[in-house]
Design a protein around this ligand. Structure first.
Ligand SMILES: Cc1cc2nc3c(=O)[nH]c(=O)nc-3n(C[C@H](O)[C@H](O)[C@H](O)COP(=O)(O)OP(=O)(O)OC[C@H]3O[C@@H](n4cnc5c(N)ncnc54)[C@H](O)[C@@H]3O)c2cc1C
Length: 376
């Protein structure tokens, strides 16, 4: 294993760092306040190739490794966790099942446009009574007259109000396992409910979506009947690595701001960073951040080598998201009242970081997964 980023990885990191400093950071407060991501930003990041990083060149992507992808996600989340999470979900979850299973016309009309940031996709797994326990999904597709009729209610659907298409996890009337359907947003019976107001990642808009007897041609079934669970398993480690990268990104932003503040804020005649209590906090944060990063790159490397990484992916997601919340909390304490004021981004980091404890598996679910990998 090379213990240094290669030239391509360094260049990806630098490209996204520049993009975030110039284009994302200046808009981050507006994204949060207006509760939406400016549509031009999707196109700009599409032009940078973000949405296609994980797909091969033959599919219109750049076929980059997951270490490179993680570096890009960290940088985006350093700028705005809302924007980063929306883009990461589009790049990995909303488009993956199209890439794997969709027929040519869907690829031409939707997948290719999604890679350019010209169309937005959303993933619909969660339901009011099915969160961590996806086996409780009730949405059902019934096969009748050569087509599927989809009915059910999905909740917490990221990007629903701006989505051009949905990938929907559903039961079918003749199979226990979950199947996945491609559902264009304009179809009759697709209804997006009102936005769910939340404490953080406010620019990442989430809504309920109801599917009321939506008629779907048979070709909108992605993969075979019952393929949903298996194909979700194919990208589960990547989803967890991606969520760890989101966590590290927001933690890095909070750490950098707090460190700068500790060096410049003078109380009792010296910069507060000269007080031992602040030094201890900064050192603890640095240890956590560095440990999370090392674990992330190791797990991403395992993934790139196609080595077993289920346990490591759960560990890094759990550790990085818990650390992100501790780091944002400690960083906010260093900035005290300035960390509490809406004028500065620190309070947003603190609110946003809570999301990383939920998306990609809650800490409890990840611990159960790790225990299972340990044979318990
Ligand atoms: C901002 C945001 C965006 C989202 N975007 C999407 C999206 O685009 N698409 C989508 O499908 N979903 C989305 N989700 C939903 C998300 O995936 C779920 O919230 C997540 O899976 C957890 O489900 P839940 O909230 O229903 O919690 P629950 O599963 O009800 O869990 C509640 C609590 O019980 C614990 N718990 C549950 N089961 C066990 C167990 N067996 N043992 C121990 N403890 C347990 C959990 O850890 C948690 O603490 C989003 C959520 C948020 C907050």
């Amino acid at each position: 294993m090379d213990y240094e980023l290669n030239d391509i990885q360094k260049s990806i990191q630098q490209t996204f760092r520049n993009f975030v400093d110039n284009k994302v950071k200046p808009l981050a407060a507006e994204i949060d306040n207006n509760k939406k991501v400016p549509i031009e930003l999707f196109k700009e990041i599409g032009d940078l190739g973000f949405f296609g990083m994980r797909y091969p060149e033959s599919a219109g992507g750049s076929g980059l490794d997951i270490v490179s992808y993680s570096l890009a996600v960290i940088e985006l989340a350093r700028g705005s966790l809302s924007f980063a999470a929306v883009c990461a979900m589009q790049s990995l979850m909303a488009t993956y099942f199209l890439y794997r299973f969709a027929e040519k016309k869907i690829i031409e009309d939707y997948f290719n446009a999604a890679l350019k940031g010209e169309k937005i996709g959303a993933i619909c797994m969660t339901e009011p009574d099915a969160g961590s326990d996806l086996n409780s999904i009730k949405t059902t597709a019934k096969f009748k007259d050569e087509q599927y009729v989809l009915s059910g209610l999905k909740s917490w659907v990221t990007s629903a109000p701006i989505a051009d298409f949905f990938t929907v996890f559903s039961r079918t009337d003749n199979h226990d396992k979950l199947s996945i359907f491609f559902v264009p947003a304009h179809l009759k019976g697709v209804n997006v409910g009102k936005n769910i107001d939340k404490m953080g990642v406010c620019g990442l808009v989430t809504s309920e979506v109801s599917f009321d007897e939506v008629k779907l041609p048979a070709k909108y079934l992605l993969g075979g009947i019952g393929e949903g669970t298996n194909s979700l398993g194919e990208i589960l480690s990547e989803i967890r690595i991606m969520t760890a990268a989101l966590s590290i990104g927001v933690a890095t932003a909070a750490f950098e701001d707090a460190l700068e503040y500790a060096k410049t804020r003078v109380q009792f005649g010296k910069p507060i960073g000269k007080f031992q209590a602040i030094k201890m906090k900064a050192a603890d944060m640095a240890v956590q951040l560095e440990t999370a990063k090392q674990m992330l790159f190791y797990t991403a490397w395992l993934c790139d080598q196609d080595l077993p990484r289920q346990k490591e992916a759960s560990i890094v997601k759990l550790y990085a998201s818990e650390c992100a919340n501790t780091i944002c909390d400690q960083a906010s304490r260093i900035m005290a009242s300035y960390g509490y004021a809406s004028e500065y981004p620190m309070e947003r980091y603190l609110r946003d970081a809570r999301f990383t404890l939920i998306g990609g598996g809650t800490s409890e679910i990840l611990k159960l997964q790790i225990a299972k990998e340990l044979g318990l």
